[in-house]
Design a protein around this ligand. Structure first.
Ligand code: NDP
Length: 887
């Protein structure tokens, strides 16, 4: 008689206790081999060997392609054992030879296919171009690493397949494994271990320890050196394993029981469907977890189906597994036979109709084997135990349904969800059903089909995790995220500086200038060239009613010539998400490939958002985010019509979310308009009041960009020059709207201020303006102007040097002043400029109610812009005090 030993650390060894057990041929009842029986000490040896092998890195440290080649060698050694594996598989487990003869080839194929996938397709490293955290730039990537020591616990129904699946997944991904085969069927896993030894797989990488699951389970599932458990077997033991593994928080994948529904529609090919139901149930004596043991048949064909299935079942030859005429061999054990007999009695007692089978079979010469006839129950109700519990034998339940919905409902009425089938001549109908059944695999017009690249696993109590394909291999890895900061000094680290430091100003620079600015009298004529330069032919104008009434849209339309396809002029002053979606719908209907925005801040921001939805589809609310767009959006030419809206040529789109009653943002370099045309003709008619207000908006951008915690040198230059230009030309533009030179300079200044804050961000004045603009419908620029000097004084100590520069840019002689005094003088200078241009000086003038200030302060505190304010803003009382000063 053959004898087999444990395989630990690359060697075949006896159990430490010297214990062995007998392996029995279920077809004859004869003992065919003595197998060493592992105990706890042997399990510990195997885990120790696997741990050492993993930690030493001789296998885990190999490059995936090198490892794959070693696995191909192993695969060849397995293939070389095909005949021996087939014979022993049949004798040990009762599988018919017509099936077992394939396993050598299939196991070898799995090793090769998974090795290949791991070497060539698996995303071991993955770049994350944008992490979603716009405050911490740097390289973000994922590394997938082997998980460590894996334990594989497998059942008796497909011993070679189960062993090869568990081993292949573990080792191609660089892990080591301790495999415990089922006690009833240990032999073929040990033959595979010998193949691994012959292939030179390093000692300890694969260990095989036959033995009782009940005795070894605790050690295998609780040992601290084990990192992962992969189990196939019953749901009861699976949940035990999960519980045991929870103590040391191991990763667990479970492939458990099933009670899968095979749905036969009225339009199915009858011959194929009957064969599908026979194959789906009686394959390998029904000892298959994903068998279609509940056959749901349409009422219109039910009777004919039952009759045909009965006939086919009776034709199946039950006999010894090595005989070539046998279709169905023995059950694996006397215990399994008793289970099946018990369930058949339950079915009869429950009132199901026994159509055929329901009895043991005693083939001549093999009377001691555990044979059972193919058994069909008809008129089964889905709430019967035989329809709900896994029998794991050649027993099928036929159930009737009337509509497709009913079939789906019956299929889903189960604690399991492992697999299922649909037979139909209408693919669309079958797929509709397949999508609705809550199960891990659905076959259409087929059954029991596996593939090394197609994931397999269960819903509900049929399991956790998947085997095969990328998802299966991923279960054998850990995910490591590596963040390599792009800022390796404290002053470049926004988070650390902002949260723990009293001086949160940044000292890092990342500047990008993507806009082509065309400024000067008559430059509107350059519009067609700009459109062509962007590769476009179909421009839609976006604007508002006021701009249209002022005749500016006609000017732009004429300038566009044939490239004009239409206009969306319905943008309100505080435009919201619905406006963006409506404009997008119009642009889609017109087939626009380019947007020309003509107007103030609301118009240009709405257009930026439309460029995003036009390019990517969907609704604008899908894209309200920071730094998420990975490529240029639909081209955008901005033509500002107010003094300050050059400041909208930026990376920010601020849109009103009416549901939240808050401003929401897209912040992304990819939304900066491609071209800005600053033609003074477009701002000439702007009333003095609005020239002043939008001018103050731009000045606020410049001052806040200069003093923000992210301020940097390039933007400092832009902001300071913008202030110098504003100081000189804003009063002139207000005094005389026809002053062309003043108009051009103010527009350019506004644009520069916009670029400055695109990188540097803004601060508390903007938080307040966003809040009061949204809650009290006050003009953004006007509020900015009113609160700016108050915020400058608030920041005086934290940004004294920068505010001193502001003072200088606004013409204050600071020679004899301390920075602090110069900072206060800068605030005074802003107020002086406001008086000069007759700008409102208080919120009261705007109609803001005094009793709302407290709530306004809280809102403003939570606005994102406070993040970048020179002085930390954490106290609502301080914000309220500033609002009161401004009131
Ligand atoms: P089990 O789930 O009991 O056994 C599967 C594996 O788990 C075997 O290796 C077994 O070892 C081991 N095991 C048993 N108890 C423990 C434990 N406490 N800790 C760790 N490992 C343990 O399946 P059975 O073989 O007993 O079959 C029972 C039923 O399970 C079948 O009737 C069928 O319904 C279902 N089943 C499902 C399968 C599937 O593929 N999903 C496959 C096989 C069975 P040992 O062999 O020593 O008991």
């Amino acid at each position: 008689m053959d004898s087999y030993k444990l395989f630990i650390n690359g060697e075949f060894v006896d159990a430490r206790s010297g214990d062995t057990f007998e392996s029995v041929d279920p077809g004859s009842g004869a003992v065919i081999a003595q197998v060493a029986k592992a105990g706890t000490a042997d399990a510990e040896d195997a885990i120790g060997a696997a741990r050492r092998a993993f930690d030493q890195g001789e296998w885990s440290g190999l490059a995936p392609d090198v490892r794959a080649r070693r696995c191909y060698e192993f695969a060849d050694q397995v293939a070389a054992q095909t005949l021996r594996l087939a014979l022993m598989e049949s004798m040990d487990s009762g599988q018919v030879i017509g099936l077992s003869k394939f396993w050598g080839m299939l196991a070898s194929g799995t090793l090769r296919n998974l090795g290949y996938h791991a070497a060539t397709k698996f995303p071991w490293e993955e770049e994350i171009p944008f992490s979603g955290n716009f405050l911490a730039p740097g390289r973000e990537y994922i590394r997938r690493e082997p998980i460590g020591v894996c334990v594989g616990i497998i059942p008796w129904n497909f011993p070679i397949a189960m062993a090869s699946w568990k081993i292949a997944h573990a080792i191609v991904m660089g892990n080591t494994i301790v495999l415990k085969p089922a006690s009833l069927t240990s032999i073929t896993a040990l033959i595979m271990a010998a193949a691994a030894q012959a292939a030179g797989i390093p000692p300890g990488v694969i260990n095989v320890i036959p033995g009782s699951g009940a005795e070894l389970g605790e050690t295998l599932c609780t040992h601290p050196d084990v990192d992962k458990i992969a189990f196939t077997g019953s749901t009861v033991v699976g949940s035990d394993i999960m519980r045991m593994a929870s103590g040391t928080v191991k990763k667990v994948t479970l492939e458990l029981g099933g009670k899968s529904a095979n749905i036969i529609l009225d339009d199915a090919d009858m011959e194929l469907a009957v064969e599908g139901a026979i194959f789906g149930t009686f394959f390998h004596q029904g000892q298959v977890c994903e068998s279609g043991t509940r056959v749901l048949v349409s009422g219109t064909i039910y009777d004919e189906f039952v009759e045909r299935m009965h006939k086919r079942a009776d034709q199946l030859q039950v006999g010894y597994q090595l005989l070539p005429t046998t279709h169905q061999g023995p059950l694996v054990s006397a215990g399994q036979l008793a289970t099946v007999e018990g369930y058949v009695q339950v079915g009869i007692d429950e009132g199901a109709e026994l159509v055929t089978g329901g009895r043991r079979v005693r083939p001549e010469g093999f009377e001691e084997g555990y044979y059972y006839a193919p058994t069909i129950f008809a008129n089964v109700r889905n709430d019967m135990r035989i329809a709900q519990e896994e029998i794991f034998g050649p027993v099928v339940c036929l159930e009737r349904f009337d509509t497709d919905e009913e079939a789906v409902a019956i299929a889903n009425d189960s604690m399991y969800g492992l697999a299922g089938g649909v037979f139909s001549n209408n693919n669309a109908r079958a797929e509709r059903i397949a999508r609705q059944v809550r199960t891990g695999t659905m076959w259409i017009n087929n059954f029991h089909i596996f593939g090394d690249f197609a994931p397999f696993g269960g819903y509900k109590q049929s399991g956790v995790g998947r085997e095969f394909g990328g998802s299966g291999l991923e279960e054998y890895t850990q995910v490591k995220r590596i963040h390599l900061s792009g800022a390796a000094s404290l002053k470049a680290n926004f988070q650390m500086v902002n949260i723990f430091s009293d001086d949160p100003r940044m000292d890092a620079l990342q500047y990008k200038a993507p806009t082509n600015v065309i400024a000067g009298h008559g430059t509107l004529a350059g519009l067609p060239q700009a459109v062509v330069g962007l590769g476009c032919r179909r421009a839609m104008i976006m604007t508002d009613a006021g701009v249209t009434q002022a005749g500016l849209v006609t000017l732009v339309q004429n300038a566009l010539c044939d490239f004009y396809v239409g206009v969306f002029d319905d943008i309100p002053s505080d435009s919201d998400l619905a406006t963006v979606d409506a404009a997008t719908a119009k642009a889609r209907a017109l087939g626009a490939d380019c947007v020309v925005s003509v107007g103030g801040g609301s118009v240009i921001d709405t257009a930026k958002a439309v460029c995003v939805t036009l390019k990517n589809g969907g609704e604008v609310n899908d894209y309200m985010a920071y730094m998420r767009l990975t490529e240029p959006q639909t081209p955008h030419i901005a033509i500002p019509t107010t003094a300050g809206t050059g400041s909208e040529v930026t990376n920010v789109a601020v849109i009103h979310n009416t549901r939240l009653d808050r401003k929401v943002y897209i912040v992304d370099p990819n939304i900066i308009p491609n071209v800005a045309i600053l033609d003074p003709r477009m701002t000439m008619g702007l009333p003095a009041r609005l020239t002043a207000a939008t001018g103050m908006d731009a000045i606020t951008h410049a001052v806040e960009a200069l003093t923000s915690t992210l301020a940097e040198t390039v933007c400092d230059g832009q902001a300071l020059h913008a202030l110098r230009l504003m100081k000189e030309f804003l009063p002139r533009a207000v005094a005389n709207g026809e002053d062309e030179q003043a108009r051009i300079k103010v527009s350019v200044a506004a644009c520069m201020a916009g670029w400055a804050f695109s990188t540097s961000q803004v601060g508390l004045a903007h938080s307040m303006a966003h809040t009061i603009g949204t809650l009290h419908h006050a003009h953004h620029g006007t509020v900015c102007g009113i609160v700016l000097p108050k915020v400058m004084r608030f920041n005086a100590d934290h940004a004294a040097d920068k505010l001193a520069m502001v003072a200088q840019a606004l013409g204050v002689d600071i020679t004899d002043m301390t920075d602090h005094d110069a900072a206060l003088a800068a605030a005074d200078a802003v107020e002086a400029l406001m008086r000069e241009i007759k700008h409102p000086m208080t919120l009261r003038q705007l109609g803001v109610p005094e009793d709302a200030l407290e709530a306004d302060a809280l809102h403003a505190l939570a606005d994102t812009a406070t993040l970048f304010n020179a002085r930390p803003v954490n106290d609502p009382a301080e914000v309220l005090e500033l609002l009161r000063q401004a009131f």
